[in-house]
Write a protein that binds this ligand. Structure first.
Ligand SMILES: NC(=O)C1=CN([C@@H]2O[C@H](COP(=O)(O)OP(=O)(O)OC[C@H]3O[C@@H](n4cnc5c(N)ncnc54)[C@H](OP(=O)(O)O)[C@@H]3O)[C@@H](O)[C@H]2O)[C@@H](O)CC1
Ligand SMILES: Nc1ncnc2c1ncn2[C@@H]1O[C@H](COP(=O)(O)OP(=O)(O)O)[C@@H](O)[C@H]1O
Ligand SMILES: [K+]
Length: 450
């Protein structure tokens, strides 16, 4: 499973707007369909490696892409067959169908398989779950190599429904832009390796996949305090804050203070008792405060969260600190990153609905903070509508304590100054890159070792 880096993501509505804008600017949609079909043919050609190909075409423009691909593949001498669900229903699909001179088989129980199936049944126009009988017919092809056009058929492309496709794809060729279903659970794994075909539409939008990690080399003039100083609060479970403090240091902070704990995992971390809590919060060199890791919900946390909010410092609010800060944040937004996992998000924002992207965006708007909605399909959302999707991340992160490490990395990136959304995206990228580097057998402590 893989996803192109820093690629645009559009909902079906935004995709249609982009198509309409393209038509207004003088590019006919038939030209786009031709480019789409050629792009599908190119990938099918490589995947098929000379073997016969069966293209399944639906009634809409997704099917149209399939007919164009069939024509192009046949012209290249590939043994290609076409089977259709119904007659084409759009003008574009009708003219693409007219360009295919071979036979069109019916999708029924007698349909013979092929080593490579091109799934051009439904794309962003799917409006309801697939019929049960069609699902059963398609399941007969499970085990064959599958190339999905735009999205695997049966998937609701905006990520608002958890409909799973009967045929998971080995490769999905996204047209013009990725769609939310490519980067959100439960559908993302069914898309296999996602490739992007930029076919002439310039997608404008604020949603992208994770950008490549930039190596942040310190400036020649760097000083430990101007690289960012991070203050981490330890609660009753100091191990979690220890991980966060070590992670802040590893992710590039110049100076890290662990408040309220005597033990630090690295000797470069300064430990201090609670007594200096207020004093440290008013230290002008502190560029970010991390609070939440290792704190159960309760009065002590509320007190410390209030003090952190009062300080006006940029904050990383993790775990129980998220709900504790919520009433204040909703009234007076501050420069903050919230890092909820699924359970914490549900507790803090039970009223939000829609796809994970919609909910992350709404939580960011409500709190005025950047939200990292964690999980295998992590979403980073800013109050101004920017979104970065981090699928597929690294599954080795599914182990206790890795969230504490992410909180510390957010502290390091935030303490450098600059945009909180960029800081959050950089932290998520760093976290995944560390995990990918270590891989097998990873435990959270490994992420903060050299
Ligand atoms: N973006 C780009 O740059 C370009 C995009 N292009 C391509 O266009 C695709 C979008 O095409 P599209 O809008 O025609 O919709 P599509 O997905 O073919 O399906 C709609 C049809 O399916 C039907 N239908 C729906 N649900 C159903 C169900 N459960 N079971 C049965 N039927 C169902 C629906 O009928 P209805 O809902 O009205 O009953 C309608 O007839 C896009 O994904 C990409 O591949 C390129 O060609 C050009 C450049
Ligand atoms: N399957 C997965 N693929 C990628 N990232 C994952 C996966 N499972 C968990 N993660 C990441 O690991 C971290 C776990 O954080 P969290 O649930 O808060 O754990 P903890 O509280 O134990 O530190 C998050 O950053 C999450 O996005
Ligand atoms: K499809």
């Amino acid at each position: 499973m893989s996803i192109p880096a820093d690629a645009p993501i559009l909902t079906s509505a935004a995709m249609r707007e982009a198509e309409a804008a393209c038509a207004v600017q003088g590019t006919p949609l038939s030209e786009l369909m031709e480019l789409a079909g050629v792009a599908v043919a190119d990938i099918a050609w490589r995947m098929g490696a000379g073997a016969p190909i069966l293209i399944l075409c639906g009634p809409g423009n997704n099917g149209g892409d399939g007919y164009v691909a069939a024509r192009v593949l046949a012209a290249r001498g590939v043994a290609v067959r076409v089977a259709a669900l119904a007659e084409p229903a759009t003008d574009l699909a009708k003219s693409a169908r007219a360009g295919w001179s071979g036979p069109v088989e019916t999708i029924d129980a007698a349909l013979a398989s092929a080593p490579l199936i091109v799934d051009a049944l439904f794309g962003v126009g799917l409006s309801r779950p697939l019929a049960h009988d069609l699902t059963l017919l398609l399941r007969r092809f499970v085990g064959r190599r599958v190339l999905a056009v735009d999205v695997p058929s049966g998937v609701e492309s905006d990520g608002n429904a958890d409909w799973m496709p009967p045929l998971a794809a080995d490769v999905t060729l996204a047209l013009s832009a990725l769609k939310p279903a490519h980067v959100l659970l439960p559908t993302a794994p069914a898309c296999g390796r996602v490739l992007l075909a930029p076919i002439g539409i310039a997608p404008h939008g604020t949603m992208r996949t994770l950008p490549p990690l930039k190596a942040a080399t310190p400036a020649a003039t760097a000083h430990k305090f101007n690289r960012g100083m991070v203050l981490v609060f330890a609660g009753p479970m100091p191990g979690a804050a220890g991980l966060a403090s070590a992670s802040a240091l590893r992710a590039g902070a110049g100076y890290v203070v662990l408040e309220g704990s005597e033990r630090a995992p690295l000797s470069a971390i300064i430990t201090e008792s609670d007594a200096r809590f207020g004093e440290r919060l008013s230290d002008p060199r502190v560029g970010a405060v991390v609070i939440g890791p290792g704190f159960p919900a309760g009065d002590e946390l509320l007190f410390d969260v209030e003090a952190a909010l009062d300080s006006g410092k940029p904050l990383v609010l993790d775990a129980a600190a998220i709900s504790a800060a919520l009433p204040r944040l909703c009234e007076t937004p501050c420069r903050a990153i919230l890092t909820p996992h699924e359970g914490e998000f549900a507790r803090a924002f039970p009223e939000l609905y829609g796809s994970k992207i919609d909910r992350a965006k709404a939580a960011a708007v409500r709190t005025g903070a950047v939200v990292i909605y964690k999980g295998a399909d992590t979403i980073v959302a800013a109050p101004d509508g920017r979104v970065v999707a981090a699928w597929p991340g690294s599954p080795w992160l599914a182990t206790a304590g890795t969230g504490d490490v992410l909180a510390g990395a957010c502290g390091a990136m935030l303490a450098r100054g600059g945009d909180a959304f960029d800081a959050a995206v950089a932290a998520v990228g760093w976290h995944i890159a560390q995990a990918a580097r270590i891989g097998r057998g990873l435990v959270a402590d490994d992420l903060v070792r050299e």
